[in-house]
Design a protein around this ligand. Structure first.
Ligand SMILES: [Zn+2]
Length: 385
């Protein structure tokens, strides 16, 4: 359903540019009758325009079943499940294709990808679900930013220390996700990061994109990595290429506290468009927190904006996240075809400065998981699936 602002939309929150959509909305009841009290309208595929959120003396109310809708978003049941991709079946590792070729393929996929169901998402800044939840749910008072990096190839290793130093210069620490069976891990480098307060997470096993489809065999791979997981007290996971399945989450909750494999707006997973819509952590399993990525920092490079404009590209979304109580969850790849080059590193430093100046508090994924368990500002209704 395509969203448009009504007369009661809060004027201090600029409505974002471009189409804004939300999947799976089924109208239950109409509690709002005065047009002047409507904050958000929805336009269905049929062209019918209906009120979705109204303003009352007690705050904003929805005309749809918000609990059922949130459940559907969190499980992404509005889209089809990811299936084992071709890249996982090649006789060679797809990372043997040079980085610029992989970027060109990713760019092509992003340009060709069309929303499969419900018209969500239509572009990288499609924030429809955030516009609704931001009005309907309690907004946390602290503005939290989480920095995460997926170390996809050994070529990234040379860039890690410089990136970490730039983060430390603004008082931030980040989560570095490694692929242990794909390249030689430099334990002195990871040890230095861990000592300085950074977090080490796991980014799949081989990065062949088969990880999410292994079922119980994934548990055996995690068991075999027991020593590595213990050495760095790993509690955070992100699957390769954003592939995620229900069976993957079933295994993850036995090994990790928090997963980073979902995005709020997903046009990046080669498995097809989707996204959980939400910009807050929530329990995807009773013992596993999901923290959706909201700022896939390098993704705009695949659709047009050059590195010099990339921070400008993200500014409106970062402002919206602040106004609607969302978390900034940044993802980068220190590999040379993404963040690992001087021009992109300069852009990343500009992002860090912006977040620090703008009053965002930097937190690690493991801290978000611990906070959610202890029921602080991040719990509330968002924490309950
Ligand atoms: Zn990756």
């Amino acid at each position: 359903m395509r969203l448009t602002p009504g007369p009661a939309w809060p004027i201090e929150i600029p409505w974002p540019a471009g189409d804004q959509n939300a999947p799976g909305l089924t109208l239950e009841h109409f509690t709002v009758t005065e047009t002047s009290d409507i904050a958000v309208f929805g336009t269905a595929g049929s062209g019918d325009v209906v009120p979705l959120v109204g303003r009352t003396t007690n705050g904003f109310v929805a005309t749809f079943d918000t609990e059922a809708w949130l459940r559907m978003l969190k499980s992404e049941s509005y889209r089809s499940e990811h299936v084992l991709p071709l890249s996982a079946r090649l006789p060679f590792h797809y990372h043997r294709l040079p980085g610029f070729v992989r970027n060109a393929l990713a760019s092509l996929l992003l340009r060709l990808s069309k929303p499969r169901t419900e018209g969500f998402p239509t572009h990288l800044n499609d924030c429809g679900p955030l516009l609704l939840t931001g009005l309907l749910e309690e907004r946390p008072s602290t503005h939290v930013a989480v920095l995460t990096h997926d170390i996809d190839t050994a070529l990234a290793l040379a860039w890690i220390d410089g990136i970490a130093e730039a983060e430390e210069a603004v008082g931030a620490r980040s989560c570095w996700n490694v692929v242990p069976r794909h390249y030689e891990i430099d334990h002195s480098q990871l040890g230095r990061l861990a000592e300085r307060g950074h977090e080490i997470g796991l980014h799949g096993i081989w990065h062949t994109n088969q990880e999410a489809f292994l079922g119980d065999a994934l548990a055996r791979e995690f068991d075999a990595l027991g020593e590595l997981r213990q050495r760095y007290a790993m509690r955070t996971y992100r699957g390769p290429s954003w592939y995620r399945t229900q069976s993957m989450y079933d295994v993850l909750e036995d090994y990790f506290d928090i997963d980073l494999s979902a995005l709020d707006t997903d046009l990046l997973c080669p498995g097809g468009p989707g996204g959980v819509g939400l910009a807050q952590p929530f329990h995807i399993r009773p013992r596993l927190v999901e923290l959706p990525c909201t700022v896939p920092f390098e993704a705009p490079l695949l659709v047009g904006p050059r590195p010099a404009h990339i921070v400008e590209f993200w500014k409106p979304k970062i402002r919206l996240l602040k106004q609607l109580g969302g978390i900034v969850v940044v993802n980068t790849h220190p590999d040379p075809n993404y963040l690992g080059n001087p021009v992109m590193l300069a852009a990343y430093k500009a992002l860090l400065d912006l977040l620090a100046r703008d009053g965002w508090t930097f937190r690690l994924p493991r801290e978000i998981a611990a906070n959610l368990r202890e029921g602080d500002v991040f719990s509330g209704s968002r924490g309950q699936l």
